[in-house]
Design a protein around this ligand. Sequence first.
Ligand code: FES
Length: 191
Amino acid sequence: MTPRLDQLTGPAEVGSLYLVPTVAGKWHGVKRHWPVIGPKHSDAHCLNFEWSHYHIDPRFIWAGSREELDDQFWRLVAASPLMTSERINPDGLPAPVWRLRKCRRVGNPFARDLLNLVVSNGNQNWKCHFDEWTSKQARHDGRGWVCPHRAVPLADHSPVYGVITCPLHMLRIDVRTGVVLPPLKEAVHDA
Ligand code: FES
């Protein structure tokens, strides 16, 4: 039987099929069932982003050969969610539906660069976010750590050198202890 992502006790494997939460909506002009991570939410606090949105799961989208190497595309995926707005999805976004998808990569290839970028350019919104969550303890749901920011289960995400970076807003969680680590540029490079 094909496993659901929310039943995994370890990272999703590239090349394997999973049942994945998807949301029907328009993203950058393309309407389809997009794979998503986490709940619909807004980020008015700290991140100053009021639109209600879902984050697209980069592991399960087909990007094509060009986009696979294209930083701009992956930057869009990381920084531009599936959004409710009068212009883009004026009827709002429905609840997720589980659909079969192939895992194509371990995560967004651009995520680490984006994290370095927002840290090194001193973005105050992101500083507020990281200041608020650094050193907090994540809870364990029996399968893996749960990001303390939006309660996103991270059991199915791959750690890199002992750190899981939450794909939504880039909190870095120590896989041994569940403590949220600082977003230091040096630490990111070490990973
Ligand atoms: S949900 Fe926001 S950093 Fe994890």
